[in-house]
Design a protein around this ligand. Structure first.
Ligand code: BGC
Length: 727
């Protein structure tokens, strides 16, 4: 051995855990820590507690955890391993059931953020809520919901990123990146196929591998690549017979082996059903005790280790993954504390408002918007628009700063009560118009219609409250609001409808309304954002991240499957019906015409596209077009590219391949040139265990929505294999 080698070896041997603490390599640091830890210490890290007292269960959360929070994993002082303090969710810092909730800034719903088609806004929103999480004393944020919208009635659609894997994965991935820019860990969730709330802990989802890889799994894969979350939260449901949190195929094969995920898998609260199957098949941390029936990863795990049913190496791997995620995100060097008095709420409201302003989708406009300057009287009807805007219920619920201005609506228990963000569209509009605004709450149809008839313009605010654990019964606006809108629009042809909904709704009154805005759940400054769009201060630029079907009959299933009123143990939900043909892909495949298609959204300006070109680049393709603001006012256009093999043969006639939102001054043009991920040209080949691109001619389509394609170009793509990671 040379002197140089001897020196290197001896210095390697001297490399103690503390020396490694300075190493930037999170794997090396995690390994060094694992080597120092006792079995009891490792077991401590893989078991998480609910951080909220539950009188009904006589449960008191452990000391050290933030009160009224989702989770807590005690730290290990001896090794300076910080505690993990966990908060929901993707819309902001939520509070669990306590009498004095944490009041924080709410972003618009996740679906709204996706409707911006602007990844920078998703990042900014994530960075903002991550800052509030950190300053609230949390270092793990249970955000990053990316379950695809197979089911427009899903009660949690508002938390997610819509129906397309590329769009959802990109937007949610950017939110995760923003959250983690605060040196905290974010999750991505709920892995996987937790695409409905009906019987969510009981349903067994049936899905074939090809459809799975080309739909929900692709959304997760892209979100993980983009956001690099420290953790993945496995879901409540079963997938092909096995609980998601003990599903070897999902957790070990797909996530950890194929995608090379280096972080840890945490369970959803109450999602664990075993010790050995869960540990051996890939779950790294049990969350939210006492939601599970048994403390599977506590004494029972120790016993399994002693019996050899779970190996010591597996416990080391679990521990390593948790520590690695904490180290990679700087949790050790950047300890959290409750500094909530330093949160800049005014600045954060602006972040939320900017998000909502680009999220609002103008669905229809017959010369009604922006509101005419000359209007003398405006009737505002319904939706508590005099006080607030609606938010979605459940664990993602953010309690508004200043409290809930509309009490006693919605169920008392989870996912209620209904919470309204105190941002009044009426007040915000009044400060922007000379017109006299009169409010009517819409409960008396005749009075409301009379007010509308006497006003120059009528604006109806219609709401649909949705929440975790329950799906919407149908796609109609609840509480006879369709009848109300019909009556108002009949009384006044200049009726504008503003929708605050969790997701798509039917609009039986559409022909009568002069204009329709989809404002989603608008967030902390939603009233301001809506008023700015109505008044024309902001030119709307949101586009639908999900199809609005024309009827329930257009969906793959008439009712949400898996209702267990019949008490079936494991109701089946058959996702092979639509497979990977979700949303617009299903509509395309069936040749049906939705009410409003995916990608659709109007502007007060107009945009023209030209020069669509495409060439092969690497294994994928490059696509380009010129987008011009052909109208008279500044605004943002959306370049949306779709792709399909000319010979067909995919799950659907086309897929979204690339997109970019482009701010353009009136008359301005810009060339947009984007790379298409080769996976979007490929199909999953189960035999080869990887993605395969069939050689041949491909069509690239560009247009104003998935339905309105205005230009097509073709390109010859060479056959290629991409491997399981797609790279
Ligand atoms: C939800 C998760 C959430 C967890 C903790 C569960 O009910 O499904 O999304 O993070 O609770 O509150």
């Amino acid at each position: 051995m040379s002197a140089k080698h001897a020196l290197l070896l001896s210095s390697a041997l001297l490399l103690s855990a503390s020396a490694l603490a300075a190493s930037p390599d999170p794997d090396a640091r995690a390994d060094a820590l694992v080597r120092e830890m006792s079995r009891a210490e490792k077991l401590q890290l893989v078991f998480g507690y609910f951080s909220t007292d539950m009188q009904d269960r006589n449960y008191k959360h452990p000391e050290g955890g933030m009160t009224g929070a989702a989770g807590y994993v005690p730290g290990i002082v001896r090794l300076q391993i910080p505690a993990q303090s966990e908060t929901d969710a993707g819309i902001g810092v939520a509070t669990q059931r306590i009498p004095h909730p944490r009041e924080r800034t709410a972003l618009p719903s996740g679906l709204a953020t996706t409707a911006t088609w602007n990844p920078d806004l998703a990042f900014a929103g994530g960075a903002m809520i991550g800052d509030e999480a950190r300053r609230s004393g949390f270092n793990v944020q249970l955000a990053g919901g990316v379950n695809l919208m197979r089911e427009p009635r899903n009660g949690r659609n508002f938390e997610y990123g819509g129906e397309d894997p590329l769009l959802a994965g990109t937007m949610v991935g950017n939110e995760i990146k923003g959250i983690q820019s605060n040196h905290i860990v974010s999750t991505v969730k709920h892995f996987a196929f937790n695409d409905q709330e009906t019987s969510r802990s009981k349903v067994d989802v049936k899905i074939d591998e090809v459809s799975a890889r080309q739909s929900d799994l692709l959304a997760f894969e892209l979100a993980i690549e983009t956001g690099d979350p420290g953790s993945v939260m496995c879901s409540y449901n079963r997938v092909n017979g096995l609980h998601a949190c003990e599903n070897e195929l999902l957790l070990t094969q797909v996530l950890k082996k194929d995608w090379g995920f280096k972080g840890y898998v945490m369970s959803d609260w109450g999602g664990v059903h075993s010790t050995e199957a869960a540990a051996n098949n890939g779950l790294d941390q049990e969350s939210g005790w006492p939601f599970d029936r048994s403390a599977y990863f506590k004494d029972a795990l120790e016993e399994s280790l002693l019996d050899g049913h779970v190996s010591a190496a597996r416990l080391d791997d679990m521990t390593h993954r948790i520590l690695r995620a904490m180290l990679a995100n700087g949790l050790f060097e950047n300890p959290v504390a409750d500094l909530s008095s330093t949160i800049d709420y005014a600045a954060h409201a602006k972040v939320s408002q900017a998000d909502e302003e680009e999220a609002i989708v103008l669905l229809k406009n017959q010369d009604a918007l922006p509101l005419a300057q000359g209007a003398k009287t405006i009737a505002i009807i319904g939706g508590h628009a005099d006080k607030a805007v609606l938010s979605g219920g459940g664990s993602a619920q953010v309690y508004p700063i200043g409290g809930n201005p509309v009490a006693n609506e919605g169920p008392n228990g989870f996912p209620g009560p209904m919470i309204w963000d105190p941002s009044s569209p009426l007040s915000a509009l009044q400060s922007r118009t000379q017109a006299k605004i009169t409010y009517n709450d819409g409960t008396n149809l005749q009075e409301a219609a009379q007010l509308a008839a006497q006003s120059d313009i009528a604006i109806v605010f219609a709401t649909q409250w949705t929440g975790e654990s329950i799906d919407a019964p149908d796609l109609n606006l609840p509480n006879s609001q369709d009848t109300l809108i019909e009556a108002i629009a009949t009384a006044n042809p200049k009726t504008v409808v503003v929708l605050e909904t969790g997701g798509p709704v039917l609009m039986p009154w559409l022909d009568k309304a002069a204009a329709v805005l989809e404002a989603w759940y608008p967030g902390s400054a939603g009233g301001e954002a809506i008023a700015r769009v109505l008044s024309g201060e902001v030119n709307p630029s949101g586009h639908l991240p999900a199809t609005f079907p024309a009827s329930i009959a257009q969906l793959p299933r008439a009712i949400v499957d898996g209702d267990i009123k019949d008490l079936a143990e494991h109701p089946r939900v058959d996702y092979t019906v639509e497979g990977a043909a979700i949303g617009y892909k299903w509509q395309d495949k069936k040749g049906t015409k939705p009410l409003f298609p995916f990608g659709y959204g109007l502007s007060y300006s107009s945009f023209a596209l030209s020069n669509l070109t495409t060439v092969q680049e690497g294994k994928g393709i490059r696509v380009s077009l010129t987008l011009r603001n052909s109208g008279a006012i500044d605004g943002s256009g959306l370049a949306q590219f779709y792709v399909a093999p000319s010979a067909g043969g995919w799950e659907a006639p086309k897929r979204l391949a690339a997109f970019k939102k482009v701010p353009l001054k009136a008359g301005e043009s810009q060339t947009v040139s984007l790379t298409v991920d080769p996976r979007l040209l490929a199909t999953w080949d189960s035999k080869a265990h990887g993605w395969k691109i069939k050689g041949g001619e491909y069509k690239v389509m560009a247009g104003n929505s998935a339905e309105d394609i205005v230009a097509t170009a073709t390109v010859h793509v060479a056959e290629a294999t991409l491997g399981a990671s797609g790279r």
